[in-house]
Design a protein around this ligand. Structure first.
Ligand SMILES: NC(=O)c1ccc[n+]([C@@H]2O[C@H](COP(=O)([O-])OP(=O)(O)OC[C@H]3O[C@@H](n4cnc5c(N)ncnc54)[C@H](O)[C@@H]3O)[C@@H](O)[C@H]2O)c1
Length: 425
């Protein structure tokens, strides 16, 4: 139940959690040095003065620090969740209570509430949308065109959202330019790989207390998230098996030292299965039929469509919750299959999402992209753009500085050599 004071500035679970949320955000902030630098600049220069921003992001401590940074830059920010299970209720309460930022998000909200919260964020009549999975943009352009008239730009955080937005641009339905933050090198090379890699294992371990060492750990999808997950699972002693549909990525997994096979083969021998493909129906009836008694299945891709849960429901005689975020499905032949976190992003459902230090880079890109859109939206077409390279490089430089690491610079002679063709053997 939401409290009445929360309803004034949003819809959150319990305002009494605000103090805990503040401590959680302060803890994260210590590891978000690049965002701190941008925040100082924003406070001084007010680049977002008068700009209304509606953000549909996982409501976590790191997102809290991003929202405050935008607000300190002069923006009026409203926030809703980008997944029904990823909200940290204490952070949501803190943003409302301590910072006056309207937040519409409650962990465990049903689908109807989830979309009513997105509509509430659109009532803010944003100039800029920030998405993680493109639910805000698609809702604005399909159901609330009245609230979309003044929108002049948006950002997108994740691979799945970028895929959806590129499809919208191709069909000519995208009505304003979007910056694909996911495509910045300082985002996907770090957040998707190291962030998802670590936090997915964290989610699986927190809800199962499983010993990974010696287990057969199946990773579906060897993209940036899958590579990070496979590498970390191996680091903990698991026997990692990768499944792929892309031959180059499958080959990469082989050369990285993993076993690669079809899911039909892996299904027979795996102990734990994690999907990170961004695709649908990757684990289906055909695979559930082959799985061992006690198999554990989870998803860390954006939407809860990677595991065919309706098929699992149909195949089972009953189910029961055995631990938080663990549902045990009893098959008619007596086998049990354990589904984690309702098939939603396990790192956010059962753990705390990515560590702040890596979100520092993703959200530095977000903040700089919003500033860029405010300055340049007039000259941008209604398409999906990458983060400008100079911003991406700046984030990398600032992160290195914050880690106290200095690197070499090209000499003028090297610069000239690297731009020329005349010198050979
Ligand atoms: N959990 C998180 O916090 C988090 C963080 C970042 C991204 N994501 C999400 O994770 C998903 C993957 O992101 P990414 O950046 O690694 O994408 P990516 O495009 O780099 O990789 C996805 C891989 O999955 C493979 N794939 C597609 N269908 C498959 C199938 N049926 N079986 C096996 N492999 C298949 C593709 O060939 C590709 O190599 C996306 O939905 C993204 O939005 C989640």
């Amino acid at each position: 139940m939401s409290t009445s004071s929360a309803q004034v500035l949003g819809d959150v679970k319990n305002m009494e959690l605000a103090d805990m949320g503040k401590k959680r955000m302060d803890w994260a902030n210590q590891s978000m040095k690049v965002l701190q630098i941008i925040r100082k600049e924003f406070i001084k220069n007010q680049p977002l003065k008068g700009v209304r921003v509606s953000a549909c992001l996982h409501v976590t401590a790191e997102t809290g620090n991003l929202a405050i940074t935008l607000r300190d830059g002069g923006a009026e920010v409203a926030l809703c969740a980008s997944n029904p299970l990823s909200t940290q209720d204490d952070v949501a309460a803190c943003l409302v209570h301590d910072y006056g930022i309207p937040v519409f998000a409650i962990k465990g909200e049903d689908n109807e509430t989830y979309y009513s919260h997105i509509l509430a964020a659109l009532d803010h009549r944003p100039h800029i949308t920030m998405d993680d999975g493109a639910d805000l943009v698609t809702t604005a352009l399909t159901k609330r065109q009245d609230a979309a008239e003044q929108i002049y730009g948006g950002t997108e955080e994740t691979t799945t959202g970028v895929i959806r937005l590129r499809a919208m641009a191709k069909e000519g339905v995208l009505r304003y330019p979007i910056i694909a933050v996911n495509d910045a090198a300082t985002k996907h090379l770090f957040d998707n790989r190291y962030g998802t890699g670590q936090s997915t294992l964290d989610g699986v371990i927190r809800c199962t207390n499983l010993l990974l060492s010696g287990s057969r750990f199946v990773v579906a999808g060897y993209g940036w998230c899958g590579k990070g997950l496979a590498q970390r699972a191996r680091g903990m002693g698991a026997d990692v098996i990768v499944t792929e549909v892309d031959p180059t990525r499958a080959l990469e997994a082989v050369m990285d030292g993993h076993r690669v096979m079809s899911m039909a083969e892996a299904a027979r021998i795996g102990d734990v299965f994690v999907t990170v493909t961004g695709d649908k129906n990757v684990l289906t009836k055909e695979h559930f039929e082959l799985m061992k008694d006690g198999a554990i299945i989870a998803n860390s891709g954006h939407f809860n469509v990677e595991i065919d849960i309706p098929a699992l429901e149909k195949m089972s005689s009953h189910k029961r919750a055995t631990r938080p975020f663990v549902e045990e499905y009893s098959m008619k032949d007596g086998r049990k299959i354990n589904l984690l976190g309702e098939g939603r992003l396990i790192n956010l459902a059962a753990a705390e999402g990515h560590p702040a230090s890596v979100m520092d880079m993703s959200f530095a890109n977000q903040a700089l992209s919003v500033e860029y859109l405010v300055k340049n939206h007039d000259s941008l077409e209604k398409k999906v753009f990458g983060v400008p390279e100079e911003l991406d490089k700046r984030v990398a430089r600032l992160k290195l500085e914050s880690l106290g690491i200095k690197i070499d610079r090209l000499t003028p002679e090297q610069e000239e050599y690297l731009a020329s063709w005349s010198e050979g053997t």
